[in-house]
Design a protein around this ligand. Sequence first.
Ligand SMILES: Cc1cc2nc3c(=O)[nH]c(=O)nc-3n(C[C@H](O)[C@H](O)[C@H](O)COP(=O)(O)OP(=O)(O)OC[C@H]3O[C@@H](n4cnc5c(N)ncnc54)[C@H](O)[C@@H]3O)c2cc1C
Length: 506
Amino acid sequence: MTPAPIRKVLVLGGGTAGWMTAAALSKVLNGQVEVVLVESEQIGTVGVGEATIPPILTFNAMLGIDEREFMRATRATFKLGIEFRDWTRLGDRYIHPFGTFGLDIEAIKFHQIWRKVRDRVGPIEDFNLAAVAARQNRFAMPDPDPAKVLSSLKYAFHFDAGLYARFLRGFAEKRGATRIEGKVADVALRGEDGFIQSVTLEDGRTIEADLFIDCTGFRALLIGQTLGGRYLDWSRWLPNDRAVALPCATGGDGLTPYTRATADKAGWRWRIPLQHRTGNGYVYSSAHIGDDEALAALTAGLDGPAQADPNFLRFQAGRRDQAWIKNCVAIGLSSGFLEPLESTSIHLIQAGITKLLALFPDKGFDPLEIDEYNRLTAQQVELVRDFIILHFKATERSDTPYWDYVRTMEIPDTLARKIELFAGRGRIFQSDYDLFAEPSWIAVLLGQGIVPRQYDALVDTLPEAALVHRLKRMADLIGQTAQAMPDHQAFIARYCAADAAANIPA
Ligand SMILES: Cc1cc2nc3c(=O)[nH]c(=O)nc-3n(C[C@H](O)[C@H](O)[C@H](O)COP(=O)(O)OP(=O)(O)OC[C@H]3O[C@@H](n4cnc5c(N)ncnc54)[C@H](O)[C@@H]3O)c2cc1C
C-alpha cells in the first residue's frame, strides 16, 4: 500500500531560514499541503546575513519574485563579488568576482594561458567583467545577447536581513501559509517510532504536523535538543567562534557593488553597503582576542556613525551529522554553521529547500531518500568548508598568533590535494555538487598567492604572440564594457530606490 501523503508541514522558526522555507513550500506545494510557521518574537532572530551569491536569482525566479519590488522592500544593492584586503599579506588586495575569467581555447583553460603570458598582459582580474566593474563602482544588467561581453556579468544582492524575512513572510502568507506567534516549550514524540508528533507552546496550544522543519537557528530545538542529532565540530580548521555586528551610516566608499572582507588581528571584518546603511561586523576567535578589543577594531573601521548597539554572536563551525532525522529536516543555522566569509549560509538554506523539494516525502519517510538528502548535504557543506579554510591557510601573514595558527594548521586532505594540484600545474577540477565553480577557486587560490609553478603543456601548442594579442584585446573589450556601465548608485536610484520615508524597523 502506498503511504499517505504529507498533509501538514510545521516550520519552526521565523528567521531567514524559516521564511525562505515557508515561502518556497507555499509556492511549490500550491495549497495542497498546509504550511504553518511558528516563531517567537521573544526569542528573536540572529538579525544578520546580508550578502548573497548569484544562485539566489534562481530562488527568486522559482518564487516568481519581481526583482525591483524585492530590492526596494529589502533596501538592496547589487553585489559583483568580494574584495579581500590584507589576507595574503598586509596591504594586499584582490577580488573574488562572480562569473568567469576570459575565454578558454578549446581544451585549454583560460587561466593556463594567462599563467604563461601574465607578465605581458596584466592581472587576471582584468579578464573578469564583474571585477573590473566592481573596481569602478559600476553596474548594469547582463545583456541577454551571448555575443556581448556584458552577457558574462553575474550578480547577487546585499540586503537587510530583517526586511528580507518580512518580505518573504508577506509572500508566504499571501499563498496560504499561516503564522503562529509563540514559544515552543515542549515537543512530543510518537511512542512507536520516536517521530515528532507535535509541539506545545508556552500558552498551552499544541500543534501537530506530519513533517517538521527545524529553523530554530543555533538552538536546534528539534534536530539537536529533541532528536539528539550529533554536531560535527570543525573549529580546529575554523577557529573563529564569535562575531560582533554593528550597522553604521553610509559613508566612506559609499554604495560599492561588492562586499569587503578585511583580514584583522584575530579574524576579519565585513562591510556590506545597503541603500539605507552599511552593515559591518568582525568575525573573530575568542582564543585570540577579547570582545572589547574586537568591538574597538570594528568601530575604528566604520564609514560613519554607528546606528545600533553592537550585536554579539557566538557560534561553532561545523555541521549536523544528519540534517534530516525521522520526520524532521534542519534548515539554516540549526543544520550547521560556516562563517560568512563567502556569503554561503543563505545559499545553503536555498540548497536545503531545493533538495527537500526534490526528495519531498510521503508519510512512509523512505530511509533511502533521507540518507540521500544527508549524503548530498554533507558533500555540499564540506566543499564549502574547504573553500573557506583556503582563505586562512594560504597566507603569508605571521604578524599575530592567530595568523600563525591558521597558516600552520593541518587542513582536510581534500583541500590539501586541491591546493597541491593547483600549485603544480594549475590543475583544478570542479567536484560534483561544489557550489563554487572553477573560476571561484582560481580567484581565491591566485588571490591568496598560490601561483602555479608551471602551466599546462598544451598552452605551448599555441603561438605565443597571438595569445598575447588575443588576451590584450579581451582585456580591452572588458575594460570598454565596464566603462560604458552606469555608476552603481545611479543605477540603484533609477532601478529600485527604496522610499526613504518608508518605515524601517530597528
Ligand atoms: C555574524 C554572522 C554573519 C552572517 N552573514 C551572512 C551573510 O552575509 N550571508 C549569508 O548568506 N549568511 C550570513 N549569515 C548566516 C545567516 O545569518 C543565517 O543563515 C540566516 O540568518 C538564517 O538564520 P536562521 O533562520 O537559521 O536562524 P535565526 O535567525 O536565529 O532564527 C531562528 C528562529 O527560530 C525561532 N525560535 C527559536 N526557538 C524557538 C522556540 N522555542 N519557539 C518558537 N520559535 C523559536 C526564533 O524566534 C527565530 O524566529 C551570518 C551569520 C552570522 C552569525
